[in-house]
Design a protein around this ligand. Structure first.
Ligand SMILES: Cc1cc2nc3c(=O)[nH]c(=O)nc-3n(C[C@H](O)[C@H](O)[C@H](O)COP(=O)(O)O)c2cc1C
Length: 657
């Protein structure tokens, strides 16, 4: 659609103006800042100053945004200081009102450009040149998309995405527009869209349209034709496992939710898969090979194909030279099992009970933040998969969904809450209280991350997912955190990210503080990130009910001791009664059993289930967990043990003394 036509369909909102700022320099970038004053929505379109991390400077509190809104409303006119004072405070201005206005204006100049706000007789003028609006094409498309009807919006969004695919800033900016709301389309438009996608498929553009199709399918779940197209696109892109997952979901919705037989689109697809189209004749149907990877390395390799380098590097990477990642795996490989034969153990018990939380298998899902970078369903997918199998899920503080939403997705299934102890004690307390109210049955406080480790893969790509609107679900749903913000979170996601980043570092924390947390919550308390015997003792002395021996998957201290080696020392000193979990490096069933034999009551599974999430969403996580459970059981059977709780040092060799 030509730009002119689009513009005619999209009325300009009051207050949308292009501020004429300084030309782009290395410290400026083009982006959109959206804000609100009363009923008035306004955006600044044009060069906006960014800080060293590439984030737009925050507009600040409501008064400052109000100043900008008033200047925008009276663009190119003189707005006197008296008028601003009057509008902001009415007849009860503070003593230093004029000085406060001056401060707000000078801060605003830093953001919109020094020249944009001129000082005039007794006031200020925001200078805008409405005839020379020279927006970056992306901004133009994105702005129009926000205003347009859903039909036009989807098309505009697509164009905008094409322009911006890649840069991290684009992801951040597209976030508000990429809601499924914007892709829920009416019947006529869906038909048109399907024809266009048909053409894309015929032109071999399957890779390019997968993102758009996934989005459309999520927003229009009952549209069989779109699902069929997504399946075809995924197959042609070599992503068979995902295609199969979409296919199964389509069949499930049809039979379970709608009680219908497959329609023509799926029928045709099935015929294609089974008989005709060589592109669709997937080996899974013809040869019976698994649609999913099986070996841990293959899951990771598939995840690396599916994910962009930024998210993959964030998940797979670690601190410094990643020596600790390798050490974790090497320690588990160094230890060997001692199988016993002819034990006649036809029935085995893999279940564990840790501080009153039961798991049918001796592993829990580790707290993993920012799961949305792996899959759009993020923590909800992991939560559902864990709930299906009854395996406890330890939910992170850094999630896209609130702990209450995750709890709802899990029903009565077991769950723990992992706490990052923020430097704002009241917010921390609020998180802990909410966890108890939402049915989490233990608090796991992570003590190895008072700041984020030095992670070259992320630094090299400037990949900082938590600097955008990722991972803020627990906080934007928290009333105490929200009370710390200058404006409601939906008005300024950047301010939320800023507040979160400001609250995260907590290097001042000491063991003495643990008492406070102990007294704050009636739930069992575990301390995660212990690598040293005296620290383990301090944790219990401070009131902890258990500890998790962990080096955070080698993400924090490069060169730190392997978790398995630390576990052996801790168990030896603490004796058999202490509750000690372990994680870092567990990749397969034999690893689980080695860790239990070395002294763990249970282990946390980390990266493996995130790779499952990346490859196949909820089904991917479920498959990883099922495979791990089956492998653990088979190995237990083969070493001749009938219950995981019977494993001890006599079942292994090769421990570091
Ligand atoms: C992508 C990623 C995000 C993580 N986020 C958290 C987190 O939010 N809180 C936490 O306590 N640990 C977090 N961890 C550490 C895990 O809980 C666990 O200790 C680690 O993954 C174990 O190492 P492994 O995955 O190599 O087995 C994260 C690990 C990864 C890989």
């Amino acid at each position: 659609m030509p730009a002119e036509d689009r513009r005619r369909r999209c009325p300009q909102p009051v207050g949308e103006l292009s501020a004429r700022g300084a030309p782009c320099s290395p410290r400026t970038t083009r982006c959109t800042v959206t804000s609100k004053m009363g009923a008035l929505d306004f955006r600044i379109l044009g060069p906006i100053q960014v800080n060293d991390n590439g984030r737009a400077l925050s507009l600040g509190g409501s008064k400052r945004r109000a100043v900008l809104a008033i200047l925008l409303l009276h663009a190119n006119e003189v707005v006197t200081v008296d008028r601003l004072v009057d509008d902001l405070w009415g007849d009860r201005p503070p003593q230093n009102a004029a000085a406060a206005i001056q401060t707000h204006v000078s801060r605003l100049r830093k953001i919109v450009g020094a020249d944009a706000i001129a000082t005039r007789r007794g006031g200020y003028t925001l200078e805008v040149d409405a005839t020379a609006i020279d927006l970056h094409r992306f901004e133009q498309l994105a702005a129009e998309a926000e205003l347009a009807d859903p039909v036009t919006r989807a098309a505009l969004l697509r164009e905008a995405l094409d322009l911006w695919r890649g840069p991290a800033l684009a992801d951040l900016m597209l976030e508000p527009f990429a809601s499924s709301e914007s892709a829920r389309l009416d019947e006529a438009r869906l038909a048109t869209l399907e024809s266009r996608i048909e053409a894309d498929l015929a032109l071999g553009r399957h890779r390019e349209i997968i993102g758009e199709l996934s989005h459309l399918v999520a927003a229009n779940p009952l549209r069989e034709g779109l699902r069929a197209q997504l399946i075809i696109a995924l197959y042609r892109a070599g992503r068979q496992a995902e295609a199969l997952a979409v296919y199964r979901e389509a069949r499930r919705i049809l039979s379970e939710e709608l009680g219908l037989e497959p329609g023509p689109a799926l029928k045709e697809l099935e015929r294609g898969i089974l008989h005709q189209d060589p592109d669709l004749a997937a080996p899974i149907y013809l040869s019976g090979a698994s649609p999913w990877p099986v070996a841990a390395e293959d899951w990771e390799a598939r995840a690396a194909e599916v994910l962009k380098p930024g998210p993959y590097g964030y998940i797979a990477g670690g601190a410094g030279g990643e020596a600790t990642i390798r050490a974790n795996v090497a320690a588990l490989e160094r230890v060997r099992l001692r199988p016993r034969m002819l034990t006649g153990n036809t029935a085995r018990d893999l279940s564990v009970d840790v501080l009153g939380t039961r798991s049918p298998y001796p592993f829990f899902l580790a707290p993993i933040g920012l799961q949305r970078i792996a899959h759009p369903d993020a923590e909800l997918a992991s939560a559902r998969a864990a709930a299906t199998l009854g395996i406890p899920y330890c939910v992170s503080t850094i999630t896209s969904h609130s702990m209450e939403e995750i709890a709802e997705a899990m029903g009565d299934a077991p769950r723990w809450f992992q706490l990052y102890w923020l430097n704002d004690r009241e917010v921390t307390a609020s998180l802990v209280d909410r966890a108890a109210a939402a049915g989490y049955s233990a608090i796991v406080v992570t003590v190895d991350t008072p700041i984020v480790g030095w992670r070259p893969r992320d630094i090299g790509r400037s990949y900082v997912p938590y600097s955008g609107s990722q991972g803020i679900g627990q906080l934007t749903s928290d009333p105490v955190f929200v009370s710390r913000l200058p404006c409601p979170p939906e008005e300024n996601p950047l301010a939320v990210a800023e507040a979160m980043i400001a609250m995260f570092p907590n290097l001042a924390l000491t063991w003495g503080d643990l008492r406070w947390l102990r007294e704050r919550t009636p739930l069992p308390l575990l301390v995660k990130g212990i690598l040293e015997v005296d620290d383990a003792k301090r944790a219990f002395a401070g009131g902890a009910d258990g500890i998790v021996v962990s080096n955070h998957g080698g993400r924090q201290v490069d060169g730190a001791i392997a978790s398995l080696d630390a576990l052996v020392q801790v168990r030896r000193e603490l004796g058999p009664e202490a509750v000690v979990l372990m994680d870092s490096g567990i990749r397969r069933g034999a690893d689980v059993l080695k860790a239990l034999a070395a002294g763990a009551n249970a282990v946390f599974i980390g990266r493996p289930y995130v790779y499952g999430l990346a490859v196949g969403g909820e089904q991917g996580v479920e498959t990883v967990l099922r495979q791990l459970a089956a492998e653990t059981d088979a190995t237990l059977a083969l070493i001749g043990a009938s219950a995981v709780r019977d494993l001890d040092g006599s079942w292994i060799v090769g421990l570091v003394p």
